[in-house]
Design a protein around this ligand. Structure first.
Ligand code: PLP
Length: 391
């Protein structure tokens, strides 16, 4: 309660409440529903990885890590990046270990954005981008992606770029839609930013989760680092949470050219200074084997297919997701309720929690689409599918 002597705090984020992920996960817990809402696995990581943490702790890796991350982890990240993308980032000057991708996003946005700067945000958008822009005094400018394919309209992007545009935030593979940008998308973006004073933040936390790579689509993850015009101005951000099923560890990293990293680290060192030490040593050693990240896409493709088979007979309509561990489904053939109401009702009535996609749009655009997370054990996916098919 506010007493008369207390100063009045004026919110810097008046529109921000508790995130939908917290709301739906709590509702799922309270009602005992199957939780396909928040994006985290309901299964455990490889015990080899957790054993490595215990070993690192016993080996006395329990004090502050160096501010940019422990050297062996930065070296492992550099090796992996060179192997997967053929691009070299120097572990000493161009790689920073962060407290999850979330901190990397916050630090990168804070590094670039000054009061009055405009930042292009493709929406639906992951919910941490806009608050970070606003805290830095920036102005989010929205480019709307619409179902069914959520392809960027490059003419619309061009029209939104002004002299004040300082940053564009990219997310591929994309949460919540699962859309994976093509090489052509990268070329289009490069044509727009070339010769302009515009930086890029590329949220690539689902870099290893791209589907149907061998089919007609010839789909692949195209990192912004793989395009020279983009690479020189981009903060590429990833997260071990998504790749190794350890979202609770909150460890990610940022790759950026020397000059960008130098400024990025000034922010990072006063947001968290450094990241939990024993986990860094464990991750460094675990990264010696490429199989866990190389096999991740097949692992999740099997889960995507299982979930889609389980809802194939339902009245939901969908296009198989291209990447991430999210599947969007349209419920337009079932009801015209607002998506938020339906997500809450389904949690209560049939015991399946999802995320209404309108929450990812600043104007709450409701296309009657729910997002389901299929990073769940097979039994949970089958049971959820049965319940959804009975609707
Ligand atoms: C697109 C996107 N970016 C960033 C994050 C945050 O990653 P981390 O848990 O490593 O902070 C998430 C997590 O759901 C995400 O989906």
């Amino acid at each position: 309660m506010l007493t008369s002597s207390q100063p009045a705090l004026v919110s810097k984020l008046p529109h921000v409440g508790t995130t939908i992920f917290t709301v739906m996960s709590k509702l799922a817990l309270d009602t005992g529903a199957l939780n396909l809402s928040q994006g985290f696995p309901n299964f455990e990581p490889d015990p080899v990885l957790t054993d490595l943490v215990a070993r690192a702790m016993r080996q006395e890796h329990n004090q502050y890590a160096p501010m940019p991350g422990v050297p062996v982890l930065r070296e492992a990240i550099a090796r992996k990046t060179a192997e997967v993308y053929g691009i070299s980032y120097h572990p000493d000057h161009e790689i920073t270990v962060t407290s999850g991708a979330t901190e990397a996003l916050f630090a990168a946005i804070t590094t670039v954005v000054r009061p009055g700067d405009e930042v292009l945000v493709f929406e639906p958008a992951y919910d941490s981008y806009v608050p970070a822009i606003e805290l830095a005094g920036g102005i989010p400018v929205y480019v709307t992606l619409t179902p069914p394919d959520y392809a960027p309209d490059w003419l619309a992007v061009q029209e939104k770029i002004t002299d004040k545009t300082r940053l564009i935030i990219v997310n591929t593979p994309h949460n919540p839609t699962g859309r994976v940008w093509t090489r052509d998308d990268l070329n289009q973006l490069a044509a727009l930013v070339r010769d302009r004073n515009i930086f890029l933040v590329s949220d690539e936390v689902y870099e290893h989760i791209v589907f149907d790579r061998n089919g007609e689509s010839n789909r692949a993850h195209h990192s912004l680092m793989s395009h020279p015009t983009l690479q020189e101005r981009t903060f590429v951000i990833s997260s071990f949470g998504k790749t190794y099923h350890v979202t609770g560890w909150k460890i990610g990293y940022c790759l950026a050219p020397n000059e960008l990293t130098a400024e990025f680290r000034k922010v990072h060192q006063f947001v968290t200074f450094s990241v939990v030490t024993p986990m860094q040593y464990a991750l460094a050693e675990y990264m010696n084997r490429p199989e866990p990240y190389l096999e991740l896409a097949d692992f999740y493709e099997q889960k995507r297919n299982l979930f889609l088979q389980a809802i194939a007979g339902s009245r939901f309509r969908f296009t198989p997701t291209e990447g991430t561990f999210f599947q969007n489904v349209s419920y337009a053939a079932i009801t015209d309720e607002p998506d938020y109401d339906l997500a809450v009702r389904l949690t209560h009535d049939i015991g399946v929690a999802s995320i209404p996609t309108s929450v990812f749009y600043h104007d709450r655009n409701d296309y009657h689409i729910l997002r389901f997370c299929f990073a769940k054990d097979d039994d949970t996916l089958k049971r959820a599918g049965e319940r959804l098919s009975a609707l």
